[in-house]
Design a protein around this ligand. Sequence first.
Ligand code: PLP
Length: 397
Amino acid sequence: MKRNPHLSLLQPQYLFPQIQQRKREFLERNGPVDLISLGIGDTTEPIPNAVVNGMVAAAERLAQKETYTGYGAEQGQEPLRKMIAEVLYHGRVNPKAIFVSDGAKCDIGRLQLLFGPSAKIALQDPAYPVYRDGSLLQGVSNITYLPCTPENDFFPDLSLAAHCDLLYFCSPNNPTGVAATRTQLEELVAFARENQQIILFDTAYAAYIQDSAIPRSIYEIEGAEEVAIETSSFSKIAGFTGVRLGWTVVPETLKYEDGHPIHSDWNRITSTIFNGASNIAQAGGIEVLKPEGLAEVQKLIHFYRENAHLLREALQKQGISVYGGVHAPYVWAHFPDAPSWETFQYFLEKLHLITTPGSGFGSTGEGFIRLTAFNSRENIIRSCKIIANNSLSSLIL
Ligand code: PLP
């Protein structure tokens, strides 16, 4: 049996296993050392009680013959889809356009099936690695990288992507932590309309936007429903990284060039290779979107935003240029004089802080590291003290 040739196009190791390996090697050399993880973007704080209680009640219903349910509606439970449409999209999106899933990453991996391997795609650089790797796995070979740097306010020169079919775009962005402005998103939608392209818009961190002038959804931009698919997630809203729940919006107005609706194909794809999100997770999602749940998760988001603020301040006091970390749980710190993996290694060995090297997100990420605000307040304060007490000058020319 021959190996799928597309597999050989992937880097031998996904970014986070590589970080784990460096951590293991360091601990093997130095014995037990208390390392603080500001690396992987995984939530640390418990899920609010009201939400957990909803999931417990859903699990208990499965224990009774009268209330047991098996496979659910393929597109997701209708009450959940209606709540997502009303609470998160304020009625801008029709519940029929919402497909509940087991998470945004899984949907991003499946979405490429809509367009096939000949699609020409454009990615922000740096970007969440799944856009590229998921596309490579599907046989996509025509990839254009759009550099996002401090010089262009992390909004790319779209003209580089004029020949592309699909534009992946993430706001607030992982890894830079920067949220696109309304004007930038208007430019993106106008560009896609002009060039008859489709935008795959990822809003996994939209809940961290606390400024009403910044759009939380691409559908806040007029005309986006004819050019954009949006993928999102409960992971970073409510600590559902392990529970697994997300959704994708495919408006019924979205068409291929021959006029065929994309919505019906996405329905066909998901009902063929996905059997619906867990009913327990969906019960949790419904609780998140009720007023009590929303108030609780808002506290969690506020907590992580404050963590990001503390990290930003600590780095800035050391003279480091930092970006993001205001409308996102990620801080993008600039160390232009050293390769990212070298800065990562310095933080690991000298500061005992685990970060993520920017180059792992694309070549434009070289010279940056990403720090995540997902940690306890105690660990964030400890990290800030370590940063304050160590000169980072050897990393700066
Ligand atoms: N999209 C972005 C930009 C992310 O950073 C992540 C997770 O880190 C995801 C999607 C994945 O979300 P989920 O947990 O729903 O698969």
